[in-house]
Design a protein around this ligand. Structure first.
Ligand code: ADP
Ligand code: MG
Length: 697
C-alpha cells in the first residue's frame, strides 16, 4: 500500500531533490543564497534551471510558469512551454537560467495604482529562490516576486521578503549584544489556521450572489443555525471526511504539512492548519492551499467558500496567523529560555512585539482590511476591530513585577532580577482560553487572529515584521551605546512596559465595556471599516517607518493604498449590482407569482361558494403586495446610490460614500427581500435557502 511518505513532497523541488540532483558546488551556492541571501551567479542559475526542468519533465510537466501574487489577492501565472524546436525537425525540452531568474508577464492587466503609468509600462517577475518550486498539473511553478521595471513592487511577496530582511538585520544586532556570535540569520515563521465553508455545487450554482461574490447577499435565518454549537469538533460527515482526505493528499504531494482538521462553530464550517514554516514559504503555501481547497472541492461536487462572511447570522471565517521568530540555529526568540540570560533576551523580544503592536495598531488593522473582513471584525464573533495583546496571567504578572519593582507573586515572593532569575514556564495557551483577543501570546508564539479567511497572509506579516524590526532597531541603538549593558537592558524593558502596557488586555474582547475602555480610557484605535483605516497607510509615522526599513517606497505605499481601496469599492459595487439584479429578476417575481397563486385560490373559492372564508388569502396578498412594493422602492434607492457612487472619481471619497450611503441601502433592501422569503411558498422561491446551503452537505 502507498504510504504518505511515498508521495509527501513528490511535487516539490525541495531540499532533498536539490541535494540529489545538483552538483555539490551548485547546491552549496544555492543554499547560501537561500539561507543568507547571497546573490546567485548565472552559472548556478543555469545548472539549477536544467535540474529543475529534468525533474519536472520526468514528472510529466510540459510547461513552466512564474507564479506570483499580484495585488488582486489571488495568484497569477503565465504558462510557457519547455519545448524548443531542434534542427532535425523534432523538439527538445529547454529551460535556461535566464528564464528561471526573470520572466515578463503581460503586466498591464494587474493593478499598479498608477506606478506603471508613471514609470514604465512593463513589469517583470523575479525568481524567489527562498521558496521551493513545485508542479501543479503539467506545469512547473516557480515562486517569483513581481516588480515594475523601475523596481517598484507590484505584488505582496516583495515587501514581505524586504520585511523579513529588515527583521533579520535588527534582530541580529540584538543577538550580538547578548553575546550570540553563531546565529547567521533570524527569520519569522508562520503557521496559518484556515477556516472555510463547504456547500454543494448544486446549491451554489443556483445562487447568483454566491457565484458573483462568494457570499450570500440575501437569505432569511433558518430555524436552526449555530445555537446548539453541536457542530464544533463534532463528528465529521462522510462527504466532508472524503473531501478532507483527498485535500490532505494533494497538499502533502506539494509538501504542505496539513495536520489538523476539524469542524468549526458554524454548520458547514471547517478548519485546516499546516505546520508552520518560514513566513515566505508559509505565504506561498497558504495561497496554494486556498487554490487546492477549491479545486478538490469541485471533484467532490462541492464548493469551498473562502469568503469572510458567506452567511449573515452565522460565524464568518478567519485565518489565525501564528507567528514567531527564530534563529537559523533553531532558537525560538518568542519562547522563554532555560537560563536567566535567555529569559532577559526573551523579555526584550517580547517588549519589541508589545511596542510594535502598540505603535502600529493602525498598520496591523489595515493589513487585514477588506470589504469581506469588515463584516467580521467587531461583530462579536471575531476579534474586535480594536487591536490589543493578550499575554495570560503568568506573563502579565512577570511584566507587572518588573515594571513596579514589586515582589513577583510566584512561590518565593521575591523581586525579579533580569539576568539573574529564571522565569517560570508559561503554559501553552489552548486556543479556548482566550479566543477573543486579536493578538494572543500562546506560550512560544503570537497568534494574530484578525486576518480574514481570504486574506493573503503576506500583508499582515510584512507589517508585523517591519514594526518589530523598528522596535528592535530602537533598542539596539540604545543598548549598543550603553556602558552598563545589564542595567540599560533593565531600564529599557521597564520603560517599554510602562509606555506600552495600554495595549495589553487579558479580558473578554467581545465585551462592549472593553471597546469603551480601549477607546476612551486607553486611547486605542478603533477602525471599524476599510475606508476608516486604509488611508492611515500614508500617515507620516507609517511612511517613515516602512521606508526606513526598506519595506516600501513612498510611491509604492501610495499605489497600494489606492489599490486596496479600489478593491474595496469594486467588491462592494459588484455586490450591490448583484443585489438589484436578484431583487428585480428573481425575488420580486417570485413574490408576485405567489401573490397571483394566492389571489387565484381566493377567486376559485369564491366561485365555488361565495361565503367561503378567504381572510387568510386576503391578508397574505396584502402582506405580499406590501413587501413587493417595498422591494421595488428599495431596489430603486440602491440603484440611485450605485449611480451616485460610480460618479465619484477619487477613491477615498468613493470608498466613504460606499460605507455611508451604499452599504446601508444594501442592508435595507436585504431586510425586505428576506421578509419576502419567509412569507413566500418554498416552491416559488427561486434559489436554495440558508437551510439548504448550511445543512445540504
Ligand atoms: P492551537 O492551540 O491554536 O491549535 P497549535 O500549537 O496546534 O495551536 O498551532 C496552531 C498553528 O500554529 C499550527 O499551524 C502550528 O504549526 C503553528 N505553530 C506552532 N508553533 C509555532 C511557532 N513556534 N511559530 C509559528 N507557528 C507555530
Ligand atoms: Mg488558533
Amino acid at each position: 500500500m502507498e504510504t504518505v511518505s511515498d508521495y509527501f513532497g513528490s511535487q516539490v523541488f525541495d531540499d532533498r531533490v536539490m541535494k540529489a540532483t545538483l552538483p555539490a558546488k551548485v547546491y552549496n551556492s544555492l543554499k547560501k543564497t537561500m539561507d543568507e541571501g547571497v546573490p546567485l551567479d548565472v552559472s548556478v542559475a543555469n545548472a539549477v534551471a536544467n535540474a529543475m526542468k529534468d525533474w519536472a519533465v520526468a514528472r510529466g510537466a510540459t510547461h513552466y510558469t512564474h507564479w506570483f501574487q499580484p495585488l488582486t489577492g489571488i495568484t497569477a501565472e503565465k504558462h510557457d512551454s519547455f519545448i524548443t524546436p531542434s534542427p532535425d525537425g523534432g523538439v527538445i525540452m529547454e529551460f535556461s537560467g535566464k528564464e528561471l531568474i526573470q520572466g515578463e508577464p503581460d503586466a498591464s492587466s494587474f493593478p499598479s495604482g498608477g506606478i506603471r503609468a508613471t514609470f514604465e509600462a512593463r513589469g517583470y517577475t523575479a525568481w524567489d529562490p527562498t521558496s521551493y518550486a513545485f508542479i501543479k498539473g503539467k506545469t512547473l511553478c516557480i515562486p517569483t516576486a513581481f516588480c515594475s521595471y523601475g523596481g517598484e513592487a507590484l505584488d505582496k511577496k516583495t515587501p514581505l521578503l524586504r520585511s523579513m530582511a529588515a527583521l533579520n538585520k535588527q534582530a541580529l544586532r540584538i543577538l550580538r549584544l547578548f553575546g550570540n556570535t553563531t546565529a547567521k540569520t533570524v527569520r519569522s515563521s508562520v503557521g496559518s489556521e484556515q477556516e472555510y465553508f463547504l456547500v454543494t455545487k448544486e446549491a451554489f450554482d443556483k445562487r447568483p450572489d454566491l457565484r458573483y461574490t462568494g457570499r450570500t447577499l440575501f437569505g432569511a435565518k433558518p430555524p436552526k443555525g449555530q445555537q446548539l454549537e453541536d457542530h464544533y469538533f463534532g463528528v465529521i460527515k462522510p462527504a466532508v471526511a472524503a473531501y478532507m482526505e483527498d485535500l490532505n493528499k494533494e497538499l502533502w504531494k506539494l509538501g504542505i504539512l496539513a495536520k489538523t482538521e476539524h469542524n468549526e462553530v458554524a454548520p458547514a464550517q471547517h478548519e485546516i492548519a499546516p505546520i508552520y514554516t518560514t513566513t515566505n514559504m508559509a505565504t506561498d503555501q497558504n495561497q496554494l492551499m486556498m487554490e487546492i481547497m477549491q479545486k478538490v472541492a469541485a471533484r467532490h461536487g462541492l464548493v469551498c467558500l473562502l469568503h469572510e462572511k458567506p452567511f449573515a447570522g452565522v460565524n464568518g471565517s478567519g485565518k489565525h496567523n501564528n507567528w514567531s521568530i527564530a534563529t537559523d540555529t533553531g532558537v525560538n526568540l518568542m519562547a522563554p529560555g532555560e537560563t536567566p540570560y535567555e529569559n532577559a533576551q526573551f523579555l526584550l523580544f517580547l517588549c519589541a512585539v508589545i511596542q510594535a503592536v502598540d505603535d502600529y495598531q493602525d498598520l496591523l488593522r489595515l493589513s487585514v482590511a477588506t470589504a469581506g473582513n469588515d463584516h467580521r471584525l467587531g461583530a462579536n464573533e471575531a476579534p474586535p476591530a480594536v487591536v490589543s495583546i493578550f499575554l495570560g496571567d503568568e506573563l502579565n504578572a512577570v511584566l507587572e513585577a518588573l515594571e513596579t519593582g514589586a515582589p513577583y507573586k510566584g512561590a518565593e515572593k521575591k523581586t525579579l532580577k533580569l539576568g539573574v532569575d529564571v522565569l517560570p514556564k508559561f503554559p501553552q495557551d489552548s486556543t479556548d482560553r482566550n479566543r477573543t483577543s486579536p493578538f494572543a501570546f500562546t506560550g512560544n508564539k503570537f497568534e494574530f487572529r484578525m486576518l480574514g479567511s481570504s486574506n493573503s497572509i503576506a500583508c499582515a506579516n510584512m507589517m508585523l515584521n517591519a514594526a518589530v524590526a523598528e522596535s528592535l532597531m530602537k533598542y539596539a541603538d540604545v543598548l549598543e551605546k550603553a556602558s552598563d549593558f545589564k542595567s540599560a537592558l533593565h531600564d529599557l524593558i521597564c520603560q517599554t512596559i510602562r509606555d506600552h502596557k495600554r495595549i495589553i488586555f487579558n479580558g473578554n474582547g467581545y465585551d462592549e465595556s472593553w471597546i469603551k475602555e480601549a477607546t476612551e480610557v486607553r486611547g486605542l484605535l478603533n477602525y471599524r471599516t476599510t475606508p476608516d483605516c486604509m488611508p492611515r497607510l500614508l500617515d507620516k509615522k507609517n511612511v517613515d517607518m516602512l521606508t526606513r526599513h526598506g519595506v516600501f517606497t513612498e510611491v509604492e505605499l501610495k499605489s497600494r493604498c489606492e489599490i486596496m481601496l479600489e478593491n474595496y469599492c469594486k467588491s462592494v459595487l459588484i455586490e450591490a449590482n448583484a443585489m438589484t439584479e436578484m431583487a428585480k429578476t428573481l425575488i420580486a417575481p417570485a413574490a408576485l407569482a405567489y401573490t397571483f397563486e394566492v389571489a387565484k385560490t381566493a377567486e376559485a373559492k369564491k366561485a365555488l361558494a361565495p361565503d367561503l372564508p378567504c381572510a387568510y388569502e386576503t391578508e397574505l396578498v396584502k402582506k405580499l403586495s406590501a413587501v413587493a412594493d417595498a422591494i421595488a422602492v428599495r431596489t430603486e434607492a440602491l440603484e440611485d446610490a450605485i449611480v451616485q457612487v460610480e460618479e465619484i472619481e477619487d477613491v477615498i471619497p468613493q470608498s466613504e460614500a460606499i460605507r455611508d450611503s451604499l452599504i446601508p441601502k444594501m442592508v435595507e433592501l436585504r431586510v425586505v427581500c428576506d421578509k419576502a422569503e419567509t412569507i413566500t411558498a418554498k416552491k416559488f422561491w427561486p434559489y436554495p435557502t440558508y437551510g439548504d446551503l448550511l445543512f445540504g452537505v
